[in-house]
Design a protein around this ligand. Structure first.
Ligand SMILES: C[S@@+](CC[C@H](N)C(=O)[O-])C[C@H]1O[C@@H](n2cnc3c(N)ncnc32)[C@H](O)[C@@H]1O
Length: 390
């Protein structure tokens, strides 16, 4: 970039989906990383595409009232957190804006007041993590921002203490013990310890248990489990509300976090999940709860939707909790064809949520209730749960 570009000074207007700050200059739009609304900053343009500038802050000229000193020494280099520069109130209002903006721009929905339920802990909340390893550089941590280089992290301020201890134990393990082809390590906690996958010398893919709202769940690090366990009771409560009835579907059901309570309030439940490790645990979790009215199918939701087997003749309730990419078109079509009287959509990405809501609304559904949950403090990510009715 030219020297002139190095001198660009902009004012940050607000935080956008993706977590970047928005600024305008000379007819161009700038997306500025690690910014706060109200900052006046000198920026460096890292990338330019048409009228869009992707930029980093080189100097803060006037600091936003939302801005605080990021406490983590890796902040800015580590790709894990991108909101540590914001006080917690500003993080929550940025997340409410991000959801509102996606719903408005993508789905044409105007929801003025969006509540974000705060995380009970702003730090040390992360109960599941994926650590990256680079055996040639002898580094262990998270990917650096916008790169596949591993940022070597000795202390991660968002990890729950048992995961921080495990990170230290893995770091203190002799390089000769860690398999050289190990690139990622998944770690999760439960009431009875830590599980790591893959297992290696002295580190086990232990089975864990966790009690959530009077139900016991068993799982390990090879299956998905929610990152912030402190919000699980509230998430399960809001996702299910008081739904009861004949048949319910739990799509992308994981180890059955929602399937178990659904099986208590519906006559028949079908959970669909692609990961066979997760479905094995989901079946066990139902069995331990002595619930025989729920069936777990190991399949992609698209394949299950397209097949004619194991389909209830009518569906009252659909809960879906897809990964960040949202639900595939065939899944949305399958839900519209099933015409349940209520849908509960649990989403970790407001943009794909809005894309899918647009289709569901076009198919006759309307939004009845919506709430955000701050499952991921210090990052721009947010969980949203939406109830739709016909
Ligand atoms: C956000 S998690 C939700 C899991 C579960 N509802 C919970 O709260 O623990 C998404 C789940 O979808 C599964 N998954 C991803 N793609 C899938 C697909 N195409 N079909 C079925 N399951 C899929 C993942 O393995 C993961 O368990």
């Amino acid at each position: 970039m030219t020297n002139v570009r190095e001198q660009l000074v902009v004012s940050i207007e607000r935080i956008l989906p993706g977590g970047v700050g928005l600024a305008h200059l000379d007819g161009k739009t700038a997306f500025v990383s690690l910014a706060a609304a109200g900052d006046r900053v000198r920026i460096r343009v890292d990338r330019e595409k048409g009228n869009l500038l992707y930029a980093s802050i080189v100097e803060i000229i006037e600091s936003s009232p939302d801005r605080i000193e990021p406490p983590c020494p890796y902040f800015g280099r580590c790709g894990g957190c991108d909101f540590q520069q914001l006080n917690y109130t500003a993080q929550l209002s940025a997340k409410a804006y991000i959801i509102r903006d996606c719903l408005h721009r993508i789905a044409g929905l105007d929801i003025p007041d969006i509540t974000i339920v705060p995380s009970p802990s702003e730090w040390q909340y992360r109960a599941r993590a994926t650590w990256q390893l680079d055996s040639s550089e002898q580094t262990l941590g998270y990917y650096e921002r916008s790169s596949r280089n591993v940022c070597d992290v000795a202390q991660c301020a968002v990890l729950v203490p048992p995961l921080q201890s495990t990170l230290e134990q893995v770091r203190n393990t002799g390089a000769e013990v860690v398999p050289s082809d190990l690139k990622h390590l998944d770690a999760v906690i439960g009431d009875n310890g830590v599980s790591l996958a893959p297992a290696f010398d002295g580190f086990h893919t232990r089975e864990l248990t966790l009690r959530v709202k009077d139900e016991n769940y068993t799982y390990n690090a090879e299956a998905f489990f929610q990152v912030n366990q402190q919000l699980l009771d509230q998430i399960v409560d809001f996702a299910l509300l008081d739904a009861t009835g004949g048949a319910a579907l739990d799509l992308y059901c994981g180890v059955g976090l929602f399937t178990v309570p659904l099986a208590r309030s519906f006559k028949n439940v079908i959970g669909v999940e692609a990961n066979p490790v997760a479905t094995r645990f989901a079946r066990r979790n139902l069995q331990h709860a002595q619930l025989s009215n729920a069936q777990i199918v190991t399949a992609t939701v698209t394949d299950w939707m397209r097949s004619t087997k194991n389909k209830p003749s009518t569906v009252d309730f659909v809960l879906l909790d897809p990964p960040r990419a949202g639900a595939e078109s065939a899944v949305i079509k399958g839900i519209l064809d099933a015409r349940p009287s209520r849908i509960s959509y649990v989403s970790c990405d407001p943009a794909t949520l809005a894309r899918d809501l647009k289709k569901l609304i076009a198919g006759g559904f309307r939004v009845e209730a919506l709430k955000g949950f701050d499952m991921f403090p210090q990052t721009h990510h947010v969980e949203t749960i939406v109830h739709l009715v016909l």
